[in-house]
Ligand binder design. Sequence first.
Ligand code: NZQ
Ligand code: ZN
Length: 387
Amino acid sequence: MLDFQYLCPTKIFFGRKSLQHLGAELSWLGRRVLFVYGQGSIKKTGLYDSVTDILMRHDIEYYELSGVQPNPRISQVRHGIDLCREYDLDGLIAVGGGSVIDTAKTIATGVYHKGDPWELFLLGDTSVKKALPLGTVLTFAGTGSEMNGNAVISNEETAEKLAIHHDLLRPKFSILDPSLTFTMSPSQTAAGVVDIFSHILEQYFSPTKQAFLQDRIAEGLLQTCIRYGPLVLAQPTQYEARAQLMWTSSVALNGLLGCGRMSDWATHGIEHAVSALYDVTHGVGLAILIPSWMEHVLMEETQWKFVEYAQNVWQIHGADSSRVAQKGIEKTREFFVQLGMPTTLREVGVQAHGLEKIAEKTVQRGEIGKFKKLGKHDVLAILKKAL
Ligand code: NZQ
Ligand code: ZN
């Protein structure tokens, strides 16, 4: 196990009536807050009315930043920063999925940054020095943003999608009511499950061999996705299935799994370049890329991990290790198909002539991946397999 530091200060309120805690927790955020939300789902479900009612009952002066899009844009962040500065706001409440929460996180720290907020992404994690307090009400299980310090934002002018990570960006509190996810469409639900699954894999496929505890936790989380993903598609309002997935999503990316070992994140690197250029849903891009990444990095020196994965997650056994490893990849692909995910980049509008640009963007800051380091040539090979 490698040395590590771990801080996860987000207070979680989990359960059917957890929104009732919002009022008391608002004291974290001050008297004047920015209320950030998406393109209307919370108005349809009535959650908007519930949240504004709580804000008003607690005498919170609030200003709204609405219309946050999936693959959220830096222009929306700039607008939010302007509002915070103009009205001298004390904190933020984000109600929605990862896109809404990531926008709120970037506004929270962008307020303190003198230059344009995109500079934070170019300068990297150390550029985060301070942030306004943030609370979230989660409506979408997938990214884990509700319990982590990551923010992923797209720049529509440069067609880039970049991430920053800092403990200061972790929400003060997050309200997780699984029944708020009942209204996610089947395709959104499936994309969320793939995103959760991928976060676990990115940390499970690690070059650090001594991670027994982390690996067993990861395998439990992967099995939870395999068990409850198809179930929730068949029964969208099954509370227990939604609850299992929601908590798996938070635990998968709150930093716990990555403690004491290196993580890979190559597939996310490639997917972020794909979605920056083609505005693809994050989980869909991952479902297409993961099996191709696996096939590309499976070789003699990495086979041990694929065998462990196939045996412990998919219960595939046999004397022929290379066959067992291969079977694990096939099972992964079948699982994504079972969830209704596309299997090729062509299905999401990517053509062969676009691959070179995706590969260039992926490695523009250098090689990616820790389990297996990948240069442009490797990324291109993965993209070709996935086409
Ligand atoms: O905009 P609204 O109307 O709210 O609709 C949203 C949106 O269209 C809808 N939705 C959310 N909750 C719903 C709902 N519809 C019905 N019922 C509900 N309860 O779902 C759509 C997608 O929402 P979005 O927030 O974009 O999804 P997700 O949570 O998957 O976030 C994706 C973004 O997060 C980034 C991704 O790259 C992508 O930009 N990621 C963030 C990470 C993080 N902060 O840790 C890590 C991830 O790896 C990922 O990169
Ligand atoms: Zn992800």
